[in-house]
Design a protein around this ligand. Structure first.
Ligand code: SUG
Length: 444
């Protein structure tokens, strides 16, 4: 039985904009008010996904969500037609409209936490959509994410779905962005590392920015997924990293199979963590690629998103490949580091730089844009929907994006009822292309 890691990239939505909504995410704050180009954003994302496919990876997509999210406006007491509600909400509270219009669902590393079947006691792959409780605009995502995942991975003897955690920010959960899985191969039993920002009931006085993920949330997910004894680790993110703008652990660390690539300031005691991971892995030798601050200062890591790269085992290449944002090539310390890393003959042999600037300006690099799922041939055959890319689907999605997306979107445009109509028309067509059924509220 063959196994692979499938990356499901979030398609950038038609309302992609820069409203500066995420406190603690320095890129989002820095680009607040800038004019966005949703069409360029969606095409950059598809280009990245297609690049992975060209390397022999199996590549899927996840759709954007319905924005503006009219259900949220109704929950705020707005009534009448869709256009009436949008107009009244914009008049009453433009920031609310910006929040319910965000295209943040593109960052699918935050969609869910997934434990593949080799790691679970019942031998099923478990999914928990992230509640994203820390940020209002993202807290709207979980119900639709849950519906989409259930269509793509039907509940049954292969796939098991859990409800998003309840408990508000005390049980704040940001999904796979704070979860790493180490293994010899994707189909072998793995070790899950959960990284949290704070304890749910502790006073994290050392944080200036929000610690979005709590330890209790991480432990609840590991428990409900039925992970095997001795195969889970929980560690706190270094508060210095959060305060420097690493609002998710995947801004300072990334893993693939037996390789952990991370900044030395990602964790308070990296030596201890290396030992703990190695002990849990048993006979499988880990390779730790620790980047020191004298080579790459933490600020450069956060600015360039060096660690928000995708670390992949491409079937067409010897050794692992880093899929990096072009910002890494433009930052002298990170460019020099990557050149040295590739020349060193270690496990990471290739560096591919891709332009995902539309997403990067909101703090979303290559790794934020994808949700990883380890799947066997049989798992893949059991999937629902038409969400795995082939030549035809890539072409269809490019044409679809060019037909529906604007090339200019300022925050004020979010008040435009025509944008809402365009967005819903695009998404309605997309659910047909991806064979997802009626997953959006406006279709129900
Ligand atoms: O949650 N940005 C996202 C970026 C998520 C990146 N994901 C990972 N690191 N895995 C966030 O902060 C900004 C939206 C705005 O400002 O309009 C935003 O939501």
């Amino acid at each position: 039985m063959a196994w692979r890691e499938v990356n499901f990239d979030g398609i950038v939505g038609p309302t992609h904009n820069y409203a500066g909504l995420s406190y603690g995410n320095v890129a989002s704050a820095k680009h607040k008010g800038m004019v966005a180009n949703p069409r360029e954003g969606v095409l950059q994302g598809l280009e990245k996904a297609n690049h992975l496919r060209s390397l022999g990876m199996t590549q899927g997509v996840l759709p954007p969500h319905d924005r503006p999210h009219l259900k949220a406006l109704r929950d705020h007491g707005f009534t009448g037609s869709d256009a009436d509600m949008l107009a009244a909400a914009w008049k009453a509270n433009p920031a609310l409209v910006a929040n319910v219009s965000s295209s943040a669902t593109m960052w699918t590393a935050n969609a869910a936490t997934i434990s593949p079947s080799p790691d679970t006691v019942d031998g099923r792959t478990h999914f928990t959509p992230a509640n994203l409780a820390a940020m209002y605009h993202r807290s709207l995502e979980a119900p639709v994410t849950a519906r989409i995942l259930k269509v793509m991975f039907p509940e049954g003897d292969r796939f098991a779905h859990h409800d998003p955690l309840v408990g508000g920010t005390h049980m704040g959960d940001e999904g796979a962005a704070n979860h790493s899985r180490f293994c010899a191969d994707y189909g072998a039993e793995g070790v899950a590392l959960y990284v949290y920002g704070r304890g749910a009931f502790a006073n994290a006085a050392d944080l200036t920015f929000p610690g979005r993920q709590t330890e209790e949330a991480s432990r609840a997910i590991a428990r409900s997924h039925g992970l095997k004894d001795g195969k889970t680790l929980f560690v706190r993110q270094n508060p210095a990293a959060i305060n420097a703008g690493a609002f998710h652990n995947d801004v300072v660390a990334v893993s693939n199979r037996n390789v952990h690539f991370y900044h030395e300031q990602a964790f308070e005691d990296p030596d201890q963590l290396d030992r703990d991971i190695q002990a849990a892995m048993g006979d499988v030798a880990m390779q730790f690629v620790r980047v020191t601050a004298d080579k790459v200062p933490l600020a450069d890591a956060v600015k360039s998103y060096l660690f928000n790269s995708q670390l992949i085992s491409a079937p067409s290449r010897e050794g692992m490949t880093l899929i990096l944002p072009t910002e890494v090539a433009e930052t002298p310390s990170t460019k020099a580091y990557v050149d040295e890393l590739i020349a060193s003959g270690g496990p990471i042999r290739h560096a591919d730089y891709l332009d995902v600037r539309q997403s990067m300006r909101n703090g979303g690099g290559p790794a934020c844009l994808r949700l990883r799922v380890a799947l066997s041939d049989e798992d893949q055959a059991a999937m629902g929907s038409n969400s795995i890319l082939d030549d035809a689907l890539v072409e269809t999605l490019r044409d679809w994006a060019k037909k529906h997306y604007r090339d200019r979107l300022a925050v004020e445009d979010l008040a435009d009822p025509k944008l809402m109509e365009e967005s819903f028309a695009a998404l309605d067509e997309l659910t047909q292309i991806l064979k997802l059924g009626s997953v959006y509220d406006f279709q129900r």
